[in-house]
Design a protein around this ligand. Structure first.
Ligand code: NAI
Length: 335
């Protein structure tokens, strides 16, 4: 199969080449997919895209016209792909759902602990030989009530990790995981109740029409004073403008995040020379109670090996006419 890999990052190449074993004919480009770069896919059977690529209806129609038949995502999230349009025009789409959810869960814990224990400030201070403790007062996780919003692959690992920390765990999900309820004293509650009762809230739902701006002022107002919010899912699940208000007012003690609402075009690039124009992002980064990483939770040796292998697996299935367990079927996504 002829595959064009969009948005190739240097660190992905070795694993992709290794997983492919020269089987499929792969071309790598660093360009992100959008309506202008879609034409690069001419002559390819399949494309591979990343979470920042634009696979909306218009782009999919161009790809289809060019003869592309398959799209394999090097990400678990697929909010950037119009699955409905793909299905309608006969483009088959698969993601990489199982790639190391542990790595994302671990990054969530890293963010939370680093924010709570002011690790970044401590590190910066110490580099200037300032060993004072005055600005380093932290808070612990033990005994706290943690609300996990979304107990899918990543959220369910977080439930286990928070249980090991000695937390009381509340969760909210469309489907209840009875194993987690029985093994980890997890209690499913509605989102509002979770927000009212939690000291720490972790966002682990996908970005959909229903979850877009799910966390906005009306939910923030229900939350406990000094709650800490962690988001390793998608930026647009949080209404950033409202969030900045409650971070400034001190209602929310801290926001630790790996994602940002309008990260497209800014993240995955070095903007250190040119700077950025997104005033909202600048305001967010400037807040002392915000810790933001550049969508890096998936950047581990293990996750990258797994995503490369899944990419090749998806192509193999399609080429050999086997059913592909990662294929995204619009109808089943509606259930
Ligand atoms: P998953 O599909 O296994 O779990 C998502 C859970 O959210 C499911 O249990 C689902 O029922 C629940 N859910 C969906 N809509 C809901 C709603 N409206 N209310 C309550 N619950 C709802 O997904 P997984 O693998 O756990 O990943 C979650 C998200 O994390 C991905 O969609 C992706 O956006 C993000 N992600 C971020 C990464 C990063 O590098 N920061 C890497 C991988 C995933």
């Amino acid at each position: 199969m002829k595959l064009l890999v969009y948005s190739t990052k240097e660190f992905e190449l070795e694993n992709l080449k290794k997983a492919n074993r020269n089987k499929h004919r792969i071309t790598y480009v660093t360009d992100a997919l959008d309506s202008t770069t879609a034409t690069l896919a001419a002559g390819h059977d399949a494309i591979s895209i990343f979470s920042g690529d634009d696979a909306s209806m218009v782009v999919l129609e161009i790809l289809k016209e060019l003869g592309v038949q398959y799209i394999t995502l090097r990400s678990a999230g697929y909010n950037n792909v119009s699955i409905e349009s793909a299905k309608r025009i006969g483009l088959r789409v698969a993601n990489a759902p199982d790639y190391s959810p542990h790595d994302i869960a671990e990054h969530t814990i890293c963010l939370l602990l680093a924010l709570n224990r002011k690790l970044i400030r401590a590190h910066t201070q110490v580099q200037h030989y300032n060993f004072l403790l005055n600005d380093l007062m932290g808070s612990n996780v033990y005994g706290k009530t943690v609300g996990v919003v979304g107990t899918g692959r990543i959220g369910s690992i977080l439930v286990k990790l928070f249980h090991a920390f000695g937390c009381n765990i509340l969760a909210c999900d469309l489907a209840h995981n009875h194993f987690l309820e029985n093994q980890y004293d997890l209690e499913y509650v509605g989102l509002k109740e979770l927000c009212k009762k939690s000291d720490i809230i972790s966002i682990n739902v996908p970005l959909t029409h229903d979850t877009h701006h799910m966390f906005n002022m009306s939910l923030f107002e229900l939350m406990k004073e000094q709650v800490v919010l962690v988001n390793t899912a998608r930026g647009a699940i949080v209404h950033t403008k409202d969030l900045i208000k409650v971070l400034k007012s001190g209602k929310i003690a801290g926001y630790a995040t790996d994602v940002y609402e309008t990260e497209k075009g800014i993240f995955f690039k070095d903007n250190s020379i040119t700077g950025i124009e997104d005033e909202q992002l600048k305001a967010l980064i400037a807040l002392p109670n915000v810790l933001l990483t550049p969508h890096q939770a998936f950047v581990t040796q293990e996750a990258q090996k797994s995503v490369a292998e899944t990419t090749i697996y998806n192509l193999d299935c399609w080429e050999e006419n086997r059913s592909c367990k990662n294929e995204l079927d619009y109808e089943s996504l509606l259930l």
